[in-house]
Design a protein around this ligand. Structure first.
Ligand code: AMP
Ligand code: MG
Length: 404
């Protein structure tokens, strides 16, 4: 077996090297229909107040608070979308429905339930306050106010706000186009019966899910053979249409590990080995035209953990996210976490809430081939390198995948 010539890079150093070399993609204007999950490329500023007009919060009567306790003549109606166009005179009231414009002259709305109605005359309570039961213009947002900052991810509420302000298109970061390749002569298409020594290409589907969730547009290149020229042709052709190449397998030091030499020939390999468990052979390169490549290890857990540690933050940077990392929280270890002497280890755990704390339990064997260690995991607990590891009951930092 060859010995790798790549220096072992500290996991945090490797993560910053990746981000340093990751470009921010240009922005584009897209309609709201394309916005879920995208990232704002410029501040969204309210061009008009919200609400734009005084709008009734209830069904009832619009009137002057000065007429409290009186019996008032009902002289018209202001329904949602059908305003009453005359001022409210002293001694009169206007029937108003939720969302209706408060007519000029009126300064409060009294709820339907709080009045007595007899024919066209309404008797209103003695205690009324100006300003009650309607939303004043600009109560939610003033004109000129910053609604959302550049770098914000667009979810339901953010998209709803843009629409409420009458904005149909937003400037967002472009989605990274990712070419995804599995390598290994042992791989067969999922669904086909594997021959002797063969296994289904599971990384393709796991990484496709992870990439899509991280906002990428994925082109599946399928299975690449352990043959340098064929692999090279496949990758070069795919890169014409991609911003990012993601491969799995073929990065360790065995003789069939062809990805590092291939990336060397296409650009610069900045990281070839990392002090990380799982994921030691993780490889990162910059290619021509600002493109980047991630050579992920073949073991299923290693490929997904290195995805979380290195690839997801890079994809977020490309899309202009202000928050590149997943959230982390301190958790109490409910198990004895043995450490690896010279590598940062990310252990897969489930979390439970106990007395205001999050307590981590191991998902069992942490073998890098055992996807069951990651399925249903709530977090990756970071165990710093060392001889002793972290004892049961100590506090560790957890990268949160999903809270229980
Ligand atoms: P490699 O990094 O190519 O040496 O692969 C390491 C281990 O991961 C081997 O046991 C491979 O069979 C396995 N492996 C590589 N690629 C995949 C894949 N696409 N799906 C599932 N397992 C894989
Ligand atoms: Mg292989």
């Amino acid at each position: 077996m060859r010995v790798s010539s790549y220096p072992l890079v500290d996991a945090d150093v490797a993560a910053s090297v990746v981000l340093e070399h990751t470009p921010v993609l240009r922005s584009e204007r897209v309609h709201l229909v394309e916005c879920p999950g995208r990232v704002l490329a410029e501040d969204l500023v309210a061009s008009a107040p919200l609400p734009a007009f005084p709008s009734s919060a209830v069904d009832g009567y619009a009137l002057r608070a000065a007429d409290a306790g009186e019996s008032l003549r009902v002289v018209g109606e202001s329904a949602a979308g059908r305003p009453f166009d005359h001022p409210v005179e002293p001694g009169t009231a206007i029937r108003i429905l939720t969302g209706g414009v408060l007519p000029s002259g009126a300064d409060c709305v009294v709820m339907m339930e709080d009045v007595q109605l007899s024919g066209e005359v309404v008797t209103v309570p003695a205690s009324l306050k100006a300003g009650q039961n309607f939303h004043a213009p600009g109560a939610d947002l003033r004109a000129g106010e910053r609604v959302l900052p550049a770098g914000a991810q667009l979810g339901a509420a953010e998209i709803g706000l843009a629409a409420a302000l009458g904005v149909a298109e937003l400037r967002v970061g472009r989605r990274p186009r990712v070419a995804l390749l599995s390598t290994g002569d042992e791989l067969v298409e999922v669904g086909k019966t594997p021959g002797r020594g063969q296994i289904p290409d599971s990384n393709r589907w796991a990484l496709l899910a992870a990439l899509r969730e991280a906002g990428a547009e994925v082109r599946l290149l399928g299975i690449g053979p352990d043959e340098p020229e064929a692999l090279r042709r496949l990758v070069v052709e795919a890169l014409a249409e991609a911003d990012v190449l993601v491969t799995s397998g073929g990065v360790s030091v065995g003789t069939h590990d062809l990805i590092k030499p291939l990336l060397e020939s296409l650009g610069d390999v900045h990281v070839g080995r990392v002090k990380l468990k799982p994921g030691k052979p993780f490889t990162f390169a910059t290619l021509r035209d600002g493109k980047i490549a991630f050579g992920l290890p073949g073991f299923p857990v290693s490929s997904l953990v290195t995805f979380e540690v290195f690839v997801r933050p890079a994809l977020r940077k490309m899309q202009r996210h202000s928050q590149l990392q997943r959230p982390t929280l301190p958790v109490r270890l409910g198990y004895e976490a043995r450490a690896t002497a010279d590598r940062t280890e990310y252990q897969r755990v489930t979390l439970t809430r106990e007395g205001g704390e999050l307590v981590a339990s191991s998902t069992g064997s942490q073998s890098s081939s055992r996807l069951m260690s990651l399925a249903g995991a709530h977090a990756l607990v970071r165990i710093p390198p060392g001889d002793r590891g972290m004892g049961k009951g100590s506090i560790a930092e957890a990268m949160i995948l999903a809270l229980p």
